[in-house]
Every structure is written in C-alpha cells, then in structure tokens.
Design a protein around this ligand. Structure first.
Ligand code: HEM
Length: 432
C-alpha cells in the first residue's frame, strides 16, 4: 500500500472530521508529546470510564493501580494458567479429531479462560456455558459499537438506546456487570473478615490488586477506587486483552501455515528447548525463543491486531508540512505505518528475519508500533506477547499445519481488531 507523501489526510465520520496519520513521522509528532487524551469514540466501546478511555489525573491513578498486574512476578504466575488453558485447546482438537479448522473459537475460549482466571480467579475449566454467552456478547457488542462509531447520529444516547442494537448492547453490558459486581462484592466482604490482610495466596488477581485501593470513605479518584471503578477496570482489561490477543494468534497461525519453511525453523527451536511433555514455566524460558519472538512480531507488523487508535489533540502538532490544531481528532493507522515501503523492504512479504537485532535496529522507533508508543501505550503488551507465544508453543508441539488459502486470497476489515472477512482455515497434521 502506498502512503501519501505527507503521511496525513482528513476523512469525515458524518459531520465529524478526523485527521488520519499514516506514517511513522506523523506518529512520532503526536505520540511523543506528554499529554494524551483518547478519542471520543472510545466511550462507545462499552469501556465505561476505565483506563482505556479516561484521561488526566484519573487515568494516571488507574494506570498506577493496574500496573502491578503486569509486573514480572504477576506475569510469571499467569504462565501455568496459560499452559492449562491451551492444553485444553489441543486436547479438544485431538478428541474431536479435527483436521481442517478456523481456530478462532478455540483461541477465543482459551484466551477468555486466561483473562477471567487472571483477573477474577474464575477457574479455567469452569462456567463453560456462561463463557460461551460472554463470547457471543463480546462479539455482538463490538459490531454494534463499530456501527455506532461510524454513524454520528448514533452518538446521541437518546437515539442509540432506542435502536435494536442499542437495546441489545445495554442488555449485554448488564449481563456482564452482574457477574463482575458479584465477584467484587464477594471479595470485598471476604477481605473485611480477614484479620490478616496479607493472606498467603499463591497469586493475587486484579480484584485483589484494585481492592487494596478501595476506601469506601473516600471520593478522591486519585487515591481510591469505588466498586463501579473496579468493575470498569476489570471490563477494560478483559475487553482490551481478549480479542486483540486472539487476532494476533490467528493471523500468526495463518502466516505460518503459508510459510512452512518458517514453521519448521520455529518447530526446531521449540523442540530443542523443551522435551515432548514439557512447557515453559518462566519468563526466561519464553524470552529465549528468539525465532518465535520474530514470527509473532512479523505477524503483528502485517496484521496489527488493533489496526487503529485515536486521540484528541491537547496541543498543536506539526505533521509533515501541516499544523494539526489542538482539539483535532487524530487516528493512527498501524497497518499503513507497518507497510510503509519507505522503511520496510518488500513490506507485504512475511519475513521474520527482519526482526533480527541487526536488521530491526535500522527501523525508526515509530515505524513499528502494534502496541502504540508513549504514555498511553498498551499496558498489557508483555502479557500479550507471553500469551500468544505460549499458545503457539502448545499447538506446534502437537501439530504442523498448512493454510488452505494464501495471503492474497484473504481480505480483512479494520474493525476494533483486524478481522478476516472469511474463515482462516488451517489443515492440521498431528506430529506423532
Ligand atoms: C496482541 C495483543 C494486544 C495488542 C496488539 C494491543 C494493542 C494496544 C493498543 C494499540 C493500545 C492503544 C495504544 C494507544 O492508544 O496509543 C492498547 C491499550 C491498552 N491495552 Fe492493549 N493490546 C494487546 C493486548 C492487551 C492485553 C493482553 C491487555 C490486558 C491484559 C491489554 C490492555 C490494554 C489497556 C488497559 C490499554 C489502555 C492503556 C492506557 O490507555 O493507559 N492489551 N493496546
């Protein structure tokens, strides 16, 4: 895809103008600035007033409260959950003797299991029917939210909630909220009963981490978080951290199924690192798999799981020969930045070696930003990289696969995540 010389153009959502940034220089001009307010559209995604859409002091406080969920100790504690969730995926594939499959559903169930256990301690192998409902709700809510974002008439609550989509949206959000409120209040009550607050738990989930900041007697949002706030943050982490990971895994499998030579190099790396019945248990073991890292990064370059992000400028920004004034809504196309032929050689080609340290060091910092960059960049990026890798390790230890379609045959849409417009089928062959 060609980008225009200045890497910027204006488009309209109805009567609402937005500036699209399509190259790394424009991305740098905006993302390197200190204050970052997210685009107005985020509030239509069902994210309530949580970390993804909030700004200023409240955002800073929430980011500080959520950060420990992603520290090295916490991340290490999620690896066994991931192993458990993804061994269930391969077990199901074997039991059902699956040959050709679009893995979307299996990946979604696996990653929903991981995020619900890590945030709320809902065990991986439990509430199966409820999780199916949640998955279907999440999918519908995303579609309805996108329709709303693209049609400014629906930005008015009074109109939107009268529509069929709006009514469903509310019902789905209420269904999810009911479970969250239950889990949160149950936990807060049990904390009250505990004499020793530092109970010797193996792992603290997101409710535990947020509960530390819950003070029913305080209204200060920079220090305390109320039950609504806790609910919003858990919803934010689940929504931000579920579909994106699933998209990342799905496109990586598709590309590896189109590049058998890369898949074999990857298999050898994993087979020489772990015995047949062994899986990673530490961050170090995962970080040592350099070719796996390159494959996942290259896949996210070609198909960034989140294709776009948007901001409301809090300052004038110089983008190419233009000055984009304060207050303007700006959208970034990661897809276009990642395929800019000014910085990427043969940009449409899958080539994991371009992420070897030597070659990658020549790419400008803002030329590869699947997780964004700067203050508002993805807080869950390490979690995401680990989860995507653990999934691929599980699958490749049991199966080799080829994709039934090649890259040119598959069209996709830039929805909230990058969505193929048809199944991404792969044909599985058991390894032993
Ligand atoms: C492959 C998977 C993922 C991708 C590609 C991705 C990408 C992104 C992007 C592009 C942003 C916005 C950056 C910006 O606006 O500049 C973001 C924000 C965010 N992501 Fe992720 N993400 C992924 C997985 C996750 C996971 C697993 C979690 C949590 C478990 C998560 C939690 C968040 C949160 C909370 C934010 C908002 C951060 C803030 O505004 O301070 N993401 N992510």
């Amino acid at each position: 895809m060609k980008v225009d010389n200045e890497g910027v153009f204006v488009f309209w959502l109805g009567w609402y103008p937005m500036v699209a940034i399509t190259d790394y220089k424009g991305a740098e001009a905006v993302l390197s600035k200190p204050n970052q307010k997210k685009g107005e559209e985020y509030k239509f995604l069902g994210l309530q007033d949580g970390i993804v859409a909030s700004h200023g002091q409240k955002w800073r406080a929430r980011r500080r409260m959520i950060d420990p969920f992603f520290n090295a100790k916490s991340l290490t504690s999620y690896i066994p959950l991931m192993n458990q969730a993804f061994s269930l995926v391969t077990k199901d594939l074997k039991e059902e003797k699956v040959e050709t499959i679009d893995m979307a559903h299996n990946i979604h169930i696996g990653s929903l299991n991981v995020i619900m256990e890590s945030t709320m301690s809902i065990p991986v192998d439990s509430m199966k029917d409820y999780k199916k409902v949640i998955l279907s709700d999440l999918e519908s809510v995303e579609k309805i939210a996108l329709t709303r974002i693209l049609n400014p008439i629906l930005w008015f609550d009074k109109i939107f909630f009268q529509t069929k989509g709006g009514k469903f949206f509310k019902e789905a959000v209420d269904r999810f909220d009911a479970v969250l409120i239950d889990k949160i209040t149950e936990r807060l009550d049990s904390r009250k009963l505990k004499v020793d607050e530092k109970e010797q738990k193996m792992r603290h989930d997101l409710i535990d981490l947020l509960a530390v900041h819950h003070d029913p007697n305080s209204n200060d949002v920079t220090q305390s978080i109320d039950i609504e706030g806790m609910k919003a943050e858990i919803v934010n982490v689940i929504i931000a951290g579920h579909d994106s990971i699933a998209a990342g895994i799905r496109w990586t499998l598709f590309l590896l199924g189109n590049h058998i030579e890369c898949q074999e190099i990857l298999y050898n790396e994993i087979a020489t690192s772990f015995a047949d019945d062994q899986y990673p248990t530490t961050l170090d073991e995962i970080n040592r798999l350099t070719y796996l890292d390159q494959c996942v990064k290259e896949s996210m370059r070609l198909y960034p799981p989140i294709p776009l992000t948007s901001y409301q400028l809090e300052y004038d920004a110089e983008v190419g020969k233009y000055v984009v004034p304060k207050g303007t809504a700006v959208a970034f196309s990661f897809y276009t930045i990642h395929r800019d032929e000014k910085i990427w050689e043969n940009p449409n080609q899958f080539d994991p070696d371009r992420f070897s340290p030597e070659r990658y060091s020549k790419i400008p910092r803002y030329g590869y930003i699947p997780f964004g960059l700067g203050k508002r960049s993805c807080v869950g990026q390490k979690f995401a990289m680990i989860e995507m890798k653990v999934f691929i390790i599980h699958l490749i230890k049991h199966y080799s696969w080829i994709s039934t379609k090649n890259v040119d045959e598959v069209k996709f849409a830039m929805d909230v995540s990058t969505k193929p417009l048809e199944p991404l089928n792969i044909k599985l062959t058991p390894r032993n």
